[in-house]
Every structure is written in structure tokens, then in C-alpha cells.
Design a protein around this ligand. Structure first.
Ligand code: 7TS
Length: 388
């Protein structure tokens, strides 16, 4: 059976060009860049090219840092725990402001700090599913807030938060601002000269790069201690032998992500909108969030009376991969926390399924998926009716 992959917010296909670019760093140029011999030194120019591509991709300055690490989870942990050691322990600031809809790596890091006595404010989202800057304004206190951490776009709904406004508000109040931009690279323009963030995290596997490698942007002058102590890699900012092949792949993937930004916002968006229109034309369906303020590849749809888990299972039997939300939380049968935070009601929170496209998604795949959704929904609704 031909399979169709519509779970690109969980992870993406490695672009074959990226895979090819990585290959020599496994089989030929496998030296440790910290070694003094030629096996080590020969990789330096390639590392430089990859780093330059990352800096260009988010428009960072040479004086800023992009720390290469293992994933966005590591980057987010580094910022949140690092701020605790750098600011909370050395100043009177002992509060963090974040949102109820962050990825678990942010929420759980904040909960860990709560256990150490720090106060964390979890902002709700409004009825549109986004964070209201006025609410942030009410909650930040220049004397107490050590950090504000708000994602750029939500992984489950695709809703884009007003990051420039939120970051500017923090800057005006002298408060550090971090954004998790994992779902943004390759979907929206990310320009750290335009948006005054202090920290920004990204992860290669969300934009057709490999798994196990990510980046943390730290603006020039902002201090944060490393999460991992050890060797002097990354100028002492992240110890551990660097994943060279991963870095090479991530650099190239970033360059391609920027190149395909236009395609993502025209062709991928067109396919997404086509699918969304067709879903909405079915009886008793709903899509969460206005499409204009969503990343161009994401739909979180609800089919009344159809359990999200059951629909995912039925679609999987038909070769279609979708998700009920974050794969990181999918082992629990609790209602989707993002949907609960959006206050849309228990039933909707249980019926959401996420369909996320990529630049590799084809029109034929969308057409086949629509047929499958129709059949699955009909079947599941008929079963639930016969149980009444
Ligand atoms: N932040 C966001 C916004 C994410 O969507 C994810 C992964 C992460 C952080 C973690 O990234 P990693 O590099 O550490 O893996 N999100 C999802 C998802 O939505 N479904 O599966 C994984």
C-alpha cells in the first residue's frame, strides 16, 4: 500500500540533497574537528559553510552566537535552566512568564524550576488561540520577571503568535525574551534583526534536515551558562563532540528552507487550503483557528462525534499518517492540552486531528487523503450512532 505522510509537524523527510551532502562526513571526513591532525582540520571549512548558512537563514550577526546542540528540547532546557542559574540566583528576579500551550520541553522545564521555588506564570491563549500582548503586559514586572518564553508558532494548531510585539514589549521592559521557533523555520520569515529576541531555538528535523541536531541563537551580550559542561566545544557554550554530519545537513536544510519559503506560502498553502475547504464541506466539521494566522502547512480539524484517536487509527489502516496533536504527548489519552487551553470544550478537545503538509506533499496525496477521511469519518460515525 502506498503511504501518505501528513505529520510534518512531528518530523519531516530528510531532503535527499541534504542526505547526500551529509554522507562524506560519515565515510571520509569523519575526524573530530578538535583534533590537530588533518582528519580533524579538514572538516573546519565545511563547518564554517554550514554555520554561515544558519546565520544567514535567521539573519544573525557574526557577533551573535548560534550554539549547535542536539535538538530543540536541549535548546529550550538550556535557556530556561540557564536563566535560573544566571539571573534568578544572582538577582531579585525570580519569575518566568510562559504560556499554557508551549511544547512539553518548555512546560516541564518551567515546572522543574517551580520545584526550586521560582514563580511561573502560564498565560492562557485567547479565543483566537493566540497570546494577547496586553495580557503579557499585565504580567511582566521589570523588577521580578527573569524571562519570558513564548513559542513563535504552535505545533498543534499552527497558530502564529505576535512575536515581534511580544519581544518588543519585553525589550522595552528590560526582560529577556526567548522564542521556540521550531515550527517557524521554512514556513515564515525568521529575521532576528527585525524581531528583538534574546534567544531562539530551532531543530533540523522539522525542516527536512536530520534528527538529533538543533541550534540555539543567543544575541550578542546575553549571557547564559551551558547546560552540558565538559570540553571547550562551541566556545565553552555547549560541551560534547559536535555532530558534524548533522551540522552540515542542518546548514544546507536551512538554506533550502529559506529558498522554499515562497513555495511553502503559495503551493503548500494552496494544497492545505484545498484540503481544509473539503473538510469543512463535510457535515459537522470544524477547523481550529483562522487560516490567515496559521502556518501554511497545518490543519487541526475536528469531526463531531469522532474520537481523534479512532480516526488516526482508521486513517493509518488506509496508509495515511496524521496525528492527534504532538507525538510527544500522544501516548496519553488525556484531551489535547492546547485545545483545553483554548477553551473549546471537552468534546472538541477529544476530536482534534492534526494534518501537517510539507513541500514534498503532492496534489494526488491530498485527493487520496480527502477520500480516506470521508470514508473513515462515515464509518466511525456509523459505529458511534449504532452504539447509542
Ligand atoms: N518545540 C516545538 C514547538 C515542537 O513542535 C517540538 C516537537 C519540540 C519543541 C521538540 O523538538 P525536538 O527537536 O527536541 O524534537 N514537536 C512535535 C510535535 O508536534 N509532534 O511530535 C513532535
Amino acid at each position: 500500500m502506498e503511504r501518505i505522510y501528513l505529520d510534518n509537524n512531528a518530523t519531516t523527510l530528510v531532503d535527499p540533497r541534504v542526505k547526500d551532502a551529509m554522507e562524506p562526513f560519515f565515510s571520509q571526513m569523519y575526524g573530530n574537528p578538535n583534533s590537530l591532525h588533518s582528519f580533524g582540520s579538514e572538516v573546519h571549512p565545511y563547518m564554517r559553510i554550514a554555520l554561515d548558512r544558519l546565520y544567514a537563514g535567521i539573519n544573525a550577526k557574526d557577533s551573535d552566537d548560534i550554539v549547535i546542540n542536539s535538538c530543540a528540547t536541549e535548546g529550550n532546557n538550556t535557556v530556561i535552566k540557564g536563566v535560573y542559574y544566571e539571573i534568578v540566583r544572582n538577582t531579585k528576579k525570580n519569575e518566568i512568564v510562559t504560556t499554557q500551550v508551549e511544547h512539553p520541553c518548555v512546560i516541564h522545564s518551567c515546572q522543574f524550576l517551580e520545584g526550586l521555588g521560582i514563580k511561573v506564570i502560564y498565560l492562557p491563549v485567547n479565543n483566537d488561540g493566540i497570546v494577547d500582548p496586553d495580557l503579557l503586559k499585565e504580567q511582566i514586572d521589570p523588577d521580578k520577571t527573569a524571562l519570558v518564553s513564548i513559542m513563535w508558532a504552535n505545533n498543534e494548531t499552527g497558530l502564529i503568535f505576535p512575536i515581534k510585539e511580544l519581544a518588543t514589549l519585553c525589550k522595552e521592559n528590560g526582560v529577556l525574551f526567548h522564542t521556540d521557533a521550531v515550527q517557524t523555520i521554512g514556513k515564515l520569515k525568521v529575521d532576528v534583526q527585525d524581531v528583538p529576541v534574546d534567544f531562539l531555538t530551532f531543530s533540523a528535523h522539522k525542516f527536512h534536515g536530520p534528527k538529533g541536531v538543533g541550534g540555539l541563537f543567543i544575541r550578542n551580550g546575553v549571557k547564559v551558562p551551558p547546560l552540558l559542561h565538559g570540553g571547550e566545544q562551541m566556545g565553552g557554550k555547549r560541551a560534547g563532540t559536535i555532530n558534524i554530519a548533522g551540522l552540515i545537513g542542518m546548514g544546507y536544510a536551512m538554506e533550502l528552507a529559506v529558498e522554499y519559503l515562497e513555495y511553502e506560502n503559495t503551493e503548500v498553502r494552496r494544497l492545505r487550503d484545498k484540503m481544509e475547504d473539503a473538510i469543512l464541506s463535510l457535515k459537522d466539521t470544524l477547523v481550529i483557528g483562522a487560516r490567515e494566522i496559521r502556518t501554511p502547512n497545518t490543519i487541526l480539524a475536528s469531526f463531531k462525534g469522532v474520537e481523534g484517536e479512532a480516526l488516526i487509527w482508521d486513517l493509518n489502516q488506509r496508509g495515511i499518517a496524521a496525528s492527534t496533536g504532538s507525538a510527544c504527548a500522544s501516548e496519553s489519552l488525556e484531551p489535547n492540552p492546547t485545545l483545553v487551553a483554548m477553551n473549546i470544550g471537552e468534546e472538541l478537545a477529544h476530536t482534534g486531528i492534526r494534518l501537517s503538509l510539507s513541500r514534498f506533499t503532492t496534489e494526488k496525496e491530498i485527493d487520496l487523503t480527502l477520500l480516506a477521511i470521508q470514508k473513515s469519518v462515515e464509518r466511525l460515525r456509523s459505529i458511534s450512532m449504532s452504539n447509542i
